[in-house]
Design a protein around this ligand. Structure first.
Ligand code: NOJ
Length: 558
């Protein structure tokens, strides 16, 4: 299979969730000043770009994913001038910047919505999705759709005697993308930021933006009822094509779509190289190694299942479209608690890093992942700020589960796990702020922090640096075809990459034991170069094998 080289395929990204990254003015909230201070650190990871979760003006019902002004920066984070400085300084260091484009919905505090809700005749009314209530007295919601954050997807507005649709929180009304005026606004937003100098967008729940005409009832489910009526909707491709025309006015725009419930075939309709309307899309199946669809429905970690998922996507996209690789983001609990082993935090953290970064696709690293930050356990639901944790907890209780059970789920699955302040050092508040942090600093910060990781050449942090460096230096690790070995093994994740006569072999021991490495017959390790092991003091080869240390991963080049 032929594979085309392209600038964007070679990139890797660091994701910043600004509120918890680094505070520079002592108000307890991360900000652009803090980001500026840490640009050299980010560069030192050997990434090529930064994805910023929303920095725009927002009442923070969903921490920035509810936007009240798309063309300005939330004053908690700084000003537009500060943002220009960050863009400039990042570019000086060779880092590209992508921003979050959240266009399925706005905040209910956006000017458009404040106008829209005034009356059915308001010029902005049709920017959103409104319907009359059902039933004799019109008191029943327009259809049976449920929000992605448990609860109804409709909210009544007396001034209009209509309900508006909100697929997320009640403070996040869905935009009516079928209205050409709305699409023009979106194009204006895209141009505004590209003109300011950014390099692209991560597009929030982008496959939700086109709803089936008439908004018919959906298949009844405990959450997300109606999703088959708005996911991958009838005009999605058309609208993305329209936005793509704007991207094409600029050189080298990076785009990555957040899409839920998309199989490989569907994804290729959007990212396929012959008909590309987005460069890449996030495939969430790679986070299903320990759950059914979402971490709220978690199971134990199943390595063979995870390997098959990876293999399926590596095979399906190779040579046809470009993949993305990620283990964490601001919506996901920490990966060591999921796929790794907290008793072997460093060892399993490095193993997981190697396992995913050496595959084909753009690696994304979420803040704190590179130092092996872990989940947090808070005593009660009131201590969890995220609206999603709150609504899931309530839903569990409503279905009759005990507080203990519901809290156990929250401890494992809450997005708040990823939103604790980044642990920079072992001083008060982990060096995140000199003030009162907006959210709990994980009490393990004296053990786990950037400063400590910097000092240890064998740390998780230094492993990420090495992996991203060897990926850059070896085309086979970027463009190579993927082959999986020992598909059903519960102990080993072994795969190879192959490109232009070069081969790489990646051998990952997923056990906490010292065991003899399994090496596919066609490879002679003594003829290969060991590009890296996750242990500095790894064992020497003995014949065509070696004794792998607990959770050791190796990369060989041939
Ligand atoms: C996906 C975002 O990643 C998440 O944080 C947000 O809550 C929803 N989309 C709604 O915007």
């Amino acid at each position: 299979m032929e594979i085309k080289r392209a600038w964007y395929k070679e990139m890797s990204f660091y994701q910043i969730w600004p509120r918890s990254f680094k505070d520079s003015n002592g108000d307890g909230i991360g900000d652009l000043g803090g980001i500026l201070e840490k640009l050299d650190y980010i560069k030192s990871l050997n990434v090529d770009g930064i994805w910023f979760s929303p920095l725009y003006v927002s009442p923070n019902n969903d921490y920035g994913y509810d936007i009240a002004d798309y063309k300005n920066i939330n004053s908690e984070y700084g000003t537009l001038e500060d943002m220009k400085k960050v863009i400039n300084e990042a570019h000086k260091r060779g880092l590209k910047i992508i921003m979050d484009l959240v266009i399925n919905h706005t905040s209910n505090e956006h000017y458009w919505f404040k106008e829209a809700r005034k009356s059915v005749d308001n010029p902005y009314h049709n920017y959103y999705i409104w319907r009359k209530g059902r039933g004799k007295d019109g008191k029943k919601a327009p259809n049976n759709w449920k929000s992605n954050f448990p609860g109804s997807a409709w909210e009544y507005v007396p001034e209009c005697d209509e309900y508006y649709l909100h697929i997320f929180d009640v403070g996040q009304p869905d935009l009516n993308m079928d209205n050409p005026a709305v699409r023009e606004e979106i194009k204006g937003i895209i141009r505004f930021w590209l003109d300011l100098g950014i390099d692209g967008f991560r597009e929030d729940v982008i496959n939700y933006i086109s709803k089936v005409e008439g908004l018919p009832n959906g298949f009844p489910l405990p959450v997300m009822t109606g999703m088959e009526k708005y996911i991958n909707g009838p005009h999605l491709f058309e609208y993305l094509q329209e936005f793509n025309e704007v991207y094409n006015e600029y050189p080298e725009v990076m785009t990555v779509g957040e899409v839920l419930l998309v199989n490989e075939k569907k994804m290729l309709e959007f990212i396929g190289e012959d008909n590309q309307v987005l460069k890449t899309m996030f495939n969430f199946e790679q986070l299903e190694g320990d759950c059914i669809k979402a971490s709220w429905a978690h199971t134990h970690f199943m390595l063979p299942k995870l390997k098959k998922i990876y293999e399926k996507w590596q095979r399906a996209l190779y040579g046809k479209g470009w993949n993305t690789l990620f283990l964490e983001n601001h919506d996901q609990p920490r990966i060591i608690n999921r796929y790794g082993d907290v008793n072997y935090r460093t060892e399993s953290g490095k193993l997981l890093a190697t396992m995913y970064i050496m595959q084909s696709g753009n690696p994304y690293i979420y803040q704190g992942q590179e130092i092996g930050m872990l989940n947090l356990e808070l005593p009660n639901i009131e201590s969890y700020p995220d609206v999603n944790s709150q609504t899931f907890y309530k839903a569990f209780r409503k279905f009759g589960f005990s507080d203990k059970f519901a809290m156990k789920r929250v401890h494992y699955s809450a997005r708040d796990n990823a939103r604790t302040p980044v642990q920079w050092d072992s001083t008060k508040n982990a060096g995140f702020t000199t003030g009162e942090p907006w959210f709990t600093v994980n009490p393990n910060y004296q053990e786990i922090n950037v400063e400590k990781e910097e000092q240890n050449p064998d740390s998780i942090l230094n492993c990420y640096r090495k992996l991203l460096k060897i990926r850059k230096e070896n085309d086979v690790l970027i463009y190579g075809d993927f082959t999986l070995y020992y598909r059903n093994s519960k102990k080993w994740f072994v795969y190879s990459r192959e490109f232009e006569g070069k081969k790489a072999l990646i051998i990952c021991n997923f056990t906490n034991k010292e065991i003899k490495a399994k090496v596919p017959k066609e490879f002679d390790l003594s003829k290969g170069t060991l590009l890296m092991s996750t242990y500095i003091d790894h064992n020497e080869l003995s014949g065509n094998t070696y004794i792998a240390k607990p959770y050791e991963a190796r990369v060989y080049l041939f």
